[in-house]
Design a protein around this ligand. Structure first.
Ligand SMILES: Nc1ncnc2c1ncn2[C@@H]1O[C@H](COP(=O)(O)OP(=O)(O)OP(=O)(O)O)[C@@H](O)[C@H]1O
Length: 239
């Protein structure tokens, strides 16, 4: 059973099977002089249709947890399963392309491309089947608050907050089962941040996606369905 106590504001008649199951998940970084164990035997199941926030002090392992759950890195202990299949069996690359999208803290945009090209390129890589990728990309960019004029600009000519919106639109374009986001509203003004949280809620509640957001934002946490906190390697309840 999980060592994560959970605050649940979503009303679910029957608990859905987890789309992503962490089982005794542990992670240790090994440096030249010392080993740092960041995550300790975490058991937790993330469900479809739920917006999660993960809180925790700086250095508590939130980004580490996200990079393991999103298939960017392999845990040193325990396992992660998507729909009951171990990520290692699926293949981390395949899992990332087909099932999980990540909004990175540093955006990780392709800096030699325009905003719209960043979004269409992600659609090509993840083989999104859609007739007019550019139109869809423009639609998503507009949805996160970036107009056509800015969408056509090289991303290096956009502000930090505008680049963050491109990163969000790119993740939305991939149409995957799970969306991970690391501090997605960190560079946004309050109104834009509220709009992004609306989109996350829509993805979870209307499109039945699993949305997992790492944040320091109480505003975001207050609007999520379940709030988890990481501290000293363990996941526990926040309220
Ligand atoms: N590649 C690495 N090698 C060694 N140690 C690392 C590495 N990445 C992270 N750490 C360490 O692991 C711990 C957890 O880092 P992590 O970035 O996951 O924390 P966080 O909760 O996301 O922090 P923040 O809120 O500041 O972003 C920190 O002590 C950090 O120094």
């Amino acid at each position: 059973m999980t060592d994560a106590a959970v605050t649940d504001t979503a009303s679910t008649a029957e608990p859905a099977p987890p789309v992503l199951q962490l089982t005794r998940l542990s992670h240790t970084y090994t440096g030249q002089r010392r080993r740092t164990t960041v995550l300790k035997q975490i058991d937790y199941g993330f469900e479809r249709g739920v917006l999660y926030t993960i809180l925790g002090p700086s250095g508590s392992g939130k980004t580490t947890l996200l990079s393991l759950a999103s298939g960017l890195d392999e845990p040193t202990g325990g396992s992660i399963a998507f729909d009951g299949v171990d990520l290692k069996s699926i293949g981390l690359g395949r899992y990332r392309n087909r099932h999980a999208a990540t909004i990175f803290q540093q955006y990780n945009l392709l800096t030699y491309m325009t905003a719209v090209q960043n979004v269409t390129t992600a659609m090509e890589i993840t083989k999104v089947r859609i007739h007019n990728r550019k139109a869809r990309a423009l639609e998503l960019l507009e949805k996160v608050g970036l107009d056509r004029h800015h969408a056509m600009r090289n991303v290096l000519h956009l502000s930090g907050g505008q680049q963050q919106r491109v990163a969000i639109a790119r993740a939305l374009a991939c149409d995957v089962d799970i969306l991970f986001a690391d501090e997605p509203t960190g560079n946004l003004d309050e109104d834009t941040a509220e709009g992004i949280i609306d989109i996350f809620q829509e993805l979870a509640h209307e499109q039945n996606k699993c949305v997992v957001v790492v944040t320091h934002s109480q505003q975001l946490a207050a609007r999520s369905d379940r709030t988890l906190t990481l501290r000293r390697g363990r996941m526990t309840s926040v309220r």
